[in-house]
Design a protein. Structure first.
Length: 553
């Protein structure tokens, strides 16, 4: 089979290229084989991606044994957990585009025959998937794995408990000593944040959509079994090259619907909405915001995971892993098992090998779901004509009506919450934090955690054109579109305006008659950044309703 890489490595005119590659140890035999790019998001700024450099060695060994030649390269990662609540958090969603662009550049520039991406923290997963779909060369996603849970006073904890304790501390409910105990215990070693937060949600998505081999994601990052997983994935990517099995053959409309069902069934992160919309644009698959509502309505909540549930991501592995979730979805008719996966087998064929642990309580039987429908609700109304999203996992409230407390940035809202200035019944509005306005659409775990920690989680709503961490829980509505910086209705709100939210009707409205008058007086704010990557991103990024993509999709 003629290989793409031969344009780089073969023939008289490529002698110069071969000379350079031989300088670093590649042989003529190596250069006759399929060249596999190993895209590594290893970085020393967080635990999430910390072991990926070690895993890459096992990936490369698997590639060599399968008859390929690996060439490893690095791209970036931004830690959501480390940067949360700071200006640095604006870089997180922007990094998704940089990751996709940088992987694309290496794949196109060096004409790799295949690519395997080692990912972990939130934006590395969809960023890598977007690149694979954009380039459409055979590829595999390998998730580094979850962190192990911390232990505090006899219970498993994650980073979520630390952020909620910050709010509890500000309200005088947690002592300095206990906050420090939580801080010291929450993250015991390498791995991505340990609930069904964004990283584990997107890892689940990659298996169900078929871009990651089923049964590879749920193994924790520090588990010795992960080395064997990495080796296997190295072999699989070479097999995909030999079959010419490309990502767009896998990521069909059916596969995207399966992926959305997995988010709904596991109580996954609202960020999955942004990322799946962006991936669909790269794949050329029609997908709209309302598709998430339709699929979530027909899919039961089956997996009992934090942030609203009892268990952590490691418990999914102990229960039998994501293959058990896949089998539940197929058996219930919530996912189509005929969809192709990167192994060359169908999702149903892969899921048939699931081995469920007897007596496990994490993944519910079809006869006993946690809820009859999934964890995502899409709202529309006069405050969000293009839509917005709320995760309803763990929510009992179906309606909220209250006065707006309007803040033009996250820091102002955080100061109000921790300063005791938010009252029961309020609707905290945080605007100018959208894709353009932030820019970068910061996550709000600091604020949402502080609201819950202060004891206001059952009585306050939050509405923002920004987004949330997968660890967020409560009556929190994000991705309001159009965003404030684009002149959306959220830009016209004033303190005291009554906001009406109804989850059953899927509406979010503002009871104000003077919005048209206010619009005549509204002026877009000046750009926060006039040069550099943030300025370029703000000038090009699309609405959250379109996945906050750049480059036209």
């Amino acid at each position: 089979m003629p290989l793409r890489s031969y344009a780089i490595t073969q023939g008289r005119d490529r002698a110069g290229a071969r000379a350079m590659l031989k300088a670093i140890g590649f042989t003529d035999e190596d250069l006759q084989k399929p060249i596999i790019g190993v895209a590594n998001t290893w970085i020393e700024t967080m635990p999430c991606n910390y072991n990926l450099r070690e895993l890459a060695a096992h990936v490369k060994q698997g590639i060599r044994e399968a008859g390929g030649t690996p060439m490893e390269f690095n791209t970036i990662a931004i830690s959501d957990g480390v940067t949360m609540g700071t200006e640095g958090m604006k870089a997180s969603l922007v990094s998704r585009e940089v990751i996709a662009d940088s992987i694309e550049l290496l794949v196109r520039g060096h004409m790799f025959d295949g690519v395997i991406a080692l990912v972990a923290c939130d934006k590395t997963i969809p960023g890598a998937a977007m690149a694979l779909l954009r380039c459409d060369v055979p590829g595999v996603i390998l998730y580094g794995g979850t962190i192990l849970p911390g232990r505090h006073r006899g219970r498993d904890i994650t980073l979520q408990e630390v952020y909620e304790a910050i709010g509890a501390h500000a309200a005088g409910k947690v002592s300095d000593e206990e906050l420090l105990e939580l801080e010291n215990a929450a993250c015991p070693g390498p791995g991505a944040c340990g609930g069904q937060f964004t990283a584990n949600t997107m890892a689940t998505v990659m298996e169900i959509i078929g871009l990651a081999p089923l049964g590879t994601a749920s193994t924790p990052q520090v588990d010795p079994r992960k080395q064997g997983v990495a080796h296997r994935c190295g072999r699989i990517v070479v097999e995909a090259v030999n079959r010419d099995l490309k990502p767009r053959r896998i990521a069909t409309r059916t596969a995207f619907e399966n992926a959305i069902a997995s988010v709904a069934a596991t109580g996954g992160s609202t960020n999955a909405v942004l990322h799946l919309l962006a991936m669909a644009r790269e794949a050329g698959v029609p997908l709209e915001l309302d598709d998430f509502q339709a699929i979530s309505e027909r899919t039961p909540l089956l997996v009992d995971l934090k942030p609203a549930g009892r268990f952590v991501a490691v418990d999914v592995d102990k229960a039998g892993g994501i293959p058990v979730i896949a089998k539940r979805l197929i058996d219930g008719g919530y996912a189509d098992g005929s969809a192709l996966t990167v192994t060359g087998r169908t999702l149903a064929e892969e899921a048939a090998e699931a081995r469920e642990t007897p007596g496990q309580e994490v993944i519910r039987p079809l006869s006993n779901p946690l809820k009859p429908d999934g964890g995502l609700v899409i709202l529309r109304g006069s405050l969000a004509p293009e839509g917005c999203v709320i995760k309803v996992t763990g929510l009992d409230r179906r309606r909220h009506s209250g006065p707006a407390r309007v803040f033009d940035c996250e820091e102002e809202a955080m100061a109000a919450v921790t300063g005791g200035k938010i009252q029961a019944g309020d609707v905290v509005v945080i605007r100018y934090e959208g894709p353009k306005g932030g820019p970068g659409m910061r996550e709000m775990l600091g604020v949402t955690g502080a609201i819950v920690g202060a004891g206001l989680g059952e009585s306050v709503a939050l509405v923002t054109d920004g987004r949330f961490s997968g660890a967020t829980r409560g009556f929190m509505i994000g991705h309001v579109a159009p965003e404030a910086a684009a002149g959306g209705p959220i830009a016209l709100l004033q303190d005291g305006d009554r906001i009406e939210i109804d989850l059953d009707r899927r509406t979010i409205d503002v009871a104000v008659e003077r919005l048209a008058e206010r619009r005549r007086n509204w002026q877009p704010p000046p750009p926060k950044y006039r040069r550099g990557v943030f300025a370029k991103y703000a000038a090009e990024v699309a609405s959250a309703a379109d996945g906050a993509i750049t480059g036209g999709g």
